[in-house]
Unconditional design. Sequence first.
Length: 104
Amino acid sequence: MDINLNDLSLKELKDMQSQIAKTVASFEDRRKKVALAEVEEVARAKGYSLAELTGAPATRKTTASAAKYANPANHADTWSGRGRKPAWFIAAMAAGRKPEDLAV
């Protein structure tokens, strides 16, 4: 495939450059995935996981915290009691309500 780059406009050259960069990145990603799959297969054949061999920490799956408080105006609007206090909770406290009044 012979392309005379001198005959292309600047826009065409930049488009081509962008496509080439994406193609190169995609090619490298595919090669890495293949290599990783091969290494994992070898580890599995030896009776290990790749994480065990590399010393990588096990990943932890997190779950959402259960709701502890509900907005009295909209019970679908809840808060777990963790993180930043929602505006409706702050407003309720300022109005003299207690956290127990908003408990789910």
